[in-house]
Design a binder for this molecule. Structure first.
Ligand SMILES: Cc1ncc(COP(=O)(O)O)c(C=O)c1O
Length: 391
């Protein structure tokens, strides 16, 4: 970052490109794999800006492809895509959006697979009902009479549902439905990207090829505000061969010093094999130790579920394990667990609303990939004590 600041601190990306932007974009496309070969990257300052960019890009792609009727973006209930009004309009997180609903343009929100509380009451870990959930998307696309431009999805639900991975076959079916209907698939990997789940991007687990992939957070590991929108060749070409210009921009797009931070983080991630460390299925990995330690919390009285993937985990709390009845929201169970954890020196991310948008308590646990096994054991011990104290 210092070297970049000495050389060039800033230019406006509407008129200039920079070596750091070009090199970093090429590295990120490579990191994202063959699906993004020949694609493009649009750099922003974070997740919400990247989601806004992806929504507008999807609309422009459709217009430039002769599909001007397509403007709607379908999303899922119980999702979160950011705080700006466009991102909020496609977010299903009730608590975060309720007050602003009159201000946003709303499109359909479809149901989401949440295996711990499956709407189909299945007993096979949602092996079959993934298809039922995917069918809801198809129905919503058909109900919009050819006006859908894109579907946006968190491959693994982040904060709202708490590290809920999709059932087998669900995302593959979603991708096929989008392709069949000329709808772009936008993967929001703001939380799950850059190795967090034990793959470079979480979509790799299900071999799904999104048209647009949004990432931020771990992209710069906190050293600078950076977000990125990765665009497949098909989408990039439609605009390049059409008007030739994406009608969008923020002054601090592609900020050279921020991009230098992102580049350095990517190098560390690769040199230190941190994605492998974050793979909870890999024997002996950092994430496998976390997984094992967290699984031990299942016997705590208030812990209904422990779920997650890689280094993104969640403990969901219930008042009654047999019926899965949640705590009354006013008790703020998750918030109190987080407070009790802070008092022991541990930070977790408390959330409410996983059951129906209002009730349901959980905490997210997402340590850095450089955590040691001793630190993991210590952290999980503190969490257990915090849960027991609040229970
Ligand atoms: C899945 C997802 N998308 C988008 C965002 C918004 O990102 P930011 O807070 O960087 O604007 C978040 C933030 O938590 C997120 O988890």
């Amino acid at each position: 970052m210092a070297a970049q600041a000495k050389q060039l601190e800033f230019v406006h990306s509407s008129q200039f490109t920079t070596p750091v932007a070009e090199e970093y974009a090429a590295e990120l496309l490579d990191f994202a794999g063959k699906n993004f070969a020949g694609g493009c990257v649009y750099f922003t300052c974070g997740g919400s800006e990247s989601v806004e960019t992806a929504l507008k890009l999807a609309r422009q792609y459709q217009v430039e492809s002769g599909q001007a009727r397509r403007y709607q973006v379908i999303s899922r209930e119980q999702s979160y895509h950011g705080s700006t009004l466009g991102a909020l309009s496609v977010s299903g997180n009730k608590r975060r959006r309720e007050m602003y609903v009159p201000m946003v343009r709303e499109f359909a929100h479809v149901a989401y697979p949440y295996c711990y509380r499956c709407a189909f009451e299945c007993t096979d870990g949602c092996r079959n009902c993934g298809q039922e959930y995917a069918a809801e998307l198809e129905k919503a696309i058909e109900a919009a009479y050819g006006e859908v431009a894109a579907f946006i999805v968190e491959p693994v639900s982040g904060a709202t549902l708490g590290a809920a991975a999709p059932p087998p076959g669900y995302l593959q079916s979603v991708a096929k439905i989008c392709l069949r209907h000329g709808v772009l698939l936008i993967a929001d990997e703001v939380m799950t990207g850059m190795g967090r789940t034990g793959r470079n991007f979480a979509v790799e687990y299900w071999d799904v090829a999104p048209d647009i992939l949004v990432t931020a957070k771990g992209l710069s590991s906190g050293y600078a505000p950076v977000g990125a929108v990765l665009v497949s060749k098909r989408v990039a070409d439609a605009i390049a061969d059409g008007s030739g210009a994406f009608l969008h921009g923020f002054t601090y797009n592609s900020h050279p010093i921020s991009l230098a931070a992102g580049r350095a983080v990517l190098k560390v991630l690769q040199d230190r094999k941190l994605v492998q460390a974050a793979d909870s299925e890999r024997p002996g990995s950092t994430a496998a130790a976390l997984r094992q330690a967290l699984e031990g919390l299942r016997d705590a009285k208030a812990v209904g579920d422990v779920r997650g993937i890689g280094l993104l985990w969640c403990g969901e709390f219930v008042a009654d394990k047999a019926t899965k009845q949640p705590f009354a929201p006013h008790l703020n169970f998750a918030g109190r667990v987080a407070q009790a954890a802070v008092e022991r020196g541990l930070l977790v991310y408390p959330m409410q609303g996983c059951v129906d948008g209002i009730s349901g308590d959980h905490v997210l646990i997402a340590p850095p990939a450089v955590i040691t096994d001793e630190q993991t054991d210590w952290a999980v011990k503190q969490l257990r004590e915090a849960i027991e104290e609040v229970t």
